[in-house]
Design a protein around this ligand. Structure first.
Ligand SMILES: NC(=O)c1ccc[n+]([C@@H]2O[C@H](COP(=O)([O-])OP(=O)(O)OC[C@H]3O[C@@H](n4cnc5c(N)ncnc54)[C@H](OP(=O)(O)O)[C@@H]3O)[C@@H](O)[C@H]2O)c1
Length: 247
């Protein structure tokens, strides 16, 4: 049976690497991208790597784009097995310091990292409900863990920023609530922590590769029937391993 996987923000970084991994595992990969030329390039690169891939025009902050994507997937496949809500941005005034954060910045980050996830998920849910074992992966971050960010022993403790960390904390709650609502269905919903990966998001300063980050999303996207739902799982900065993160 064919597995249909939609990855948002799949034209580069961790999203592109996730598309590569799921494509290598036999999924038909719908590579979401908001820019046509970047999306077409990603499609070409994925096809050249042997994946069955198609560019999916999708700006997660644009309701019409989200609706069109869901209608297109419905018309082409009638079902969606995997949704990886990967698209994300970071911005910060004054390094993101709470006292210097403007509402404009906060709104922009939430539009993509939180509202975009809810919009895409709700548009895709009718298709996901038709799948035999659907998986939703929300790509979060350890900086969204209130426990890690307030633990003086955590490597993340020195960071005091509002827009990006609070958007990922909100995304964690969004994940937990979808998992609760969908607990009696075949759909599993989990939040992923890729770890600090070298991508454009952070000026390529991360110490992990996009591929390592993508392994986390791919793992949660292919969980077996007895796998967990409603968890926050992935790279653990303090230990360097992988496991459940505190909310
Ligand atoms: N890198 C890390 O260390 C790290 C750590 C923890 C979590 N994450 C999370 O991992 C995810 C992927 O980030 P990344 O590091 O791979 O960053 P990236 O290389 O900057 O990629 C971000 C992707 O999201 C897309 N995107 C942004 N806004 C969008 C929108 N409105 N609609 C559709 N796509 C949009 C970008 O498209 P364009 O090319 O058009 O901008 C790009 O494809 C994000 O959710 C991020 O928060 C990253």
């Amino acid at each position: 049976m064919t597995t249909i996987a939609l990855i948002t923000g799949a034209n580069k970084g961790i999203g592109f690497a996730t598309a590569q991994l799921l494509g290598a595992r036999g999924a038909v990969v719908l590579a979401g991208a908001r820019d046509e030329s970047r999306g077409r390039q990603a499609e070409r690169d994925l096809l050249a790597g042997g994946a069955e891939a198609r560019f999916m025009p999708l700006d997660v902050t644009d309701d019409k784009s989200v609706t069109r994507a869901a209608e297109w997937i419905d018309a082409e496949y009638g079902v969606l097995d995997i949704l990886v809500n990967n698209a994300g941005i970071t911005r910060g005034d004054g390094g993101g310091r709470p006292s210097e954060t403007t509402l404009g910045t906060l709104r922009a980050v939430y539009e993509t990292n939180v509202f975009g996830v809810v919009a895409v998920t709700n548009a895709m849910l009718p298709l996901l409900r038709r799948a035999a074992a659907a998986r939703i992966v929300n790509v979060s971050s350890e900086v969204g863990s209130i426990t890690s960010m307030t633990d003086p022993d955590s490597p993340l403790y020195p960071m005091a920023s509002v827009p990006y960390p609070s958007s990922k904390a909100a995304l964690n709650m969004v994940t937990a609530m979808y998992a609760k609502e969908l607990r009696d269905t075949r759909i599993k919903v989990n939040a992923a922590n890729p770890g600090y990966c070298a991508t454009d998001l952070n000026g390529r300063r991360g110490f992990r590769t996009p591929r390592q980050g993508a392994e986390v999303s791919a793992h949660l996207a292919t969980l077996p029937a007895d796998g967990p739902t409603g968890t926050f799982w992935g790279h653990l900065w303090a230990s360097g391993g992988e496991g459940i993160l505190p909310w």
